[in-house]
Design a protein around this ligand. Structure first.
Ligand code: ADP
Ligand code: ZN
Length: 434
């Protein structure tokens, strides 16, 4: 088993804490001097950079939210002058103005090192041929992994997203051993292969690095079965740099966070107070080495929990559990909090259906109505009506048993729900908010 950067990934936690403090003090001074937004925000609460004496003092600083970032579109939060920026990326901006981030040469070097670290965590070596089915473009996924894989010495196939027939051809003809994609797209590739009578057992593919959207453990099992690979979870976000923030090792005990470059806190999403390690909450990130786009206490809206104890793999960096969902995606239905991933877990465990679904929430009068459309695994089931009845009743029971919610189940034709090559949208909340 390889460790890419043993010195930084395995250092004693006391040394790591000292390194974090030193870098945090630098970052706080740096943003105070270079970014008017932070100066104003710190001045408002009477905070001076020299007040930061210990890591816990970070909790006194204000949060940075996605909305704040949008207000400073495009370059308002950059700390480095234009001539030092060598790359720009942006998040998708589906809900308004995109968030634009920049990188200096040193930021690019750190990003490359961290993605190299992450792909090594997953088990990639210089022997591998890695097909990147993430989009290349403003989205950080494609380019981010590209540089890291290259640094490790893997042969990169920059397939980019989409064109499923060609993806399958490349996996076979170029003998790809590693696939990089969203979990949803990986599943779709498996489905298409099956449709075309291709047996993944004949491929060289052995490992998948998946991320960029929440997925369940059941989905992982399904992907592994269909593609006959080991599937790993990898997390990143544009605001922190992109992929490379954390990734899973072979122990499958959460994703190791690059703590020498980031401090992560978990907070109560309602009150904003910091939670003790190990408790579930929203992740808040602070960058420690970034030059172009340093970030203090960014609220991710991602729900997880941290495991600070050392891992059996020998690394000492803390791990974060698989993201259960984003606070934005959490549905409150008749007072019950539900994450789409919980519904996904139930569906994938049900017999006779394919792992494609869509969730619609309506309000009828004063009542919320949850409707789950899910595909039948095979059109043979379309025939006997009583079987369909039985199937949807079984799913309904399982949803009730897990979530205490009555849902309406719509069984739909195989292949009728939308497939995406990027991030999937599965939840449609039609209730008026306000
Ligand atoms: P956008 O979606 O706005 O374009 P990003 O591409 O930066 O922005 O997406 C980052 C977000 O994607 C994270 O905050 C998280 O919600 C989600 N994400 C990334 N990786 C994972 C993962 N492995 N598991 C769950 N969610 C993930
Ligand atoms: Zn580990």
């Amino acid at each position: 088993m390889n460790i890419w950067d043993r010195e930084n990934e395995c250092m004693p936690r006391s040394r790591l804490a000292a390194l974090q403090l030193e870098r945090l003090r630098h970052t706080v001074r740096y943003v105070y001097e270079k970014v008017p937004y932070y100066k104003e925000a710190f001045d408002k609460i009477g905070f001076r950079p020299q007040h930061l004496q210990k890591i816990e003092d970070l909790a006194n600083l204000p949060f940075l939210t996605k909305d704040d970032l949008r207000d400073y579109y495009p370059f308002g939060l950059f700390a480095a002058p234009r001539r030092e920026i060598v790359r720009l990326h942006a998040s998708s901006g589906t809900t308004g103005r995109p968030v634009v981030v920049g990188y200096t040469r040193r930021d690019m070097e750190n990003w490359t090192e961290l993605t190299a670290r992450m792909v090594t965590l997953a088990g990639v070596t210089s022997e591998d041929t890695a097909q990147i089915a993430f989009n290349y473009g403003l989205f950080t996924g494609g380019f981010g992994l590209h540089y890291g894989l290259e640094r490790v010495g893997a042969a990169v196939i920059p397939a980019s997203g989409g064109n499923t027939a060609r993806q399958l051809m490349l996996i076979r003809d170029f003998a790809a051993t590693v696939l990089i994609a969203t979990p949803g797209y990986a599943l779709y590739l498996g489905e298409e292969a099956e449709k075309q009578g291709i047996d993944p057992a004949h491929w060289q593919l052995r490992l998948g690095l998946f991320g960029s959207e929440p997925w369940s453990e059941e989905m992982r099992t399904e992907i592994e079965k269909r593609l006959r690979i080991t599937a790993t979870d990898n997390y990143g976000l544009t605001e922190m740099m992109g992929p490379g923030v954390s990734g899973e090792c072979h122990c499958r005990a959460g994703m190791h966070i690059a703590e020498d470059h980031f401090i992560v806190e978990t907070i109560d999403p309602e009150t904003g107070s910091v939670l003790p390690p190990g408790e579930e909450g929203e992740l808040v990130f602070t960058s420690l080495t970034k030059e172009a786009f340093p970030v203090i206490r960014f609220r991710t809206k991602d729900i997880s929990r941290l495991y600070p104890e050392p891992c059996a793999c020998g690394r000492t960096t803390a791990r974060m559990r698989r993201i259960s969902g984003r606070t934005d995606d959490m549905l409150i239905i008749r007072g019950v909090n539900v994450f789409p991933s919980q519904i996904e877990s139930v569906l994938i465990n049900s017999e006779g259906i394919a792992p494609y679904y869509r969730i619609d929430v309506h309000r009828r009068g004063a009542l919320d109505e949850l409707e789950i459309s899910v595909e039948l695994a095979s059109s043979d089931l379309l025939e006997p009506y009583f079987q369909l009845e039985e199937l949807s009743a079984a799913i309904q029971r399982n949803i009730y048993a897990t979530l205490a919610l009555n849902a309406k189940i719509r069984l739909v034709q195989p292949g009728s729900l939308e497939r995406t090559t990027g991030k999937a949208q599965r939840v449609f909340d039609h209730r008026r908010r306000g």
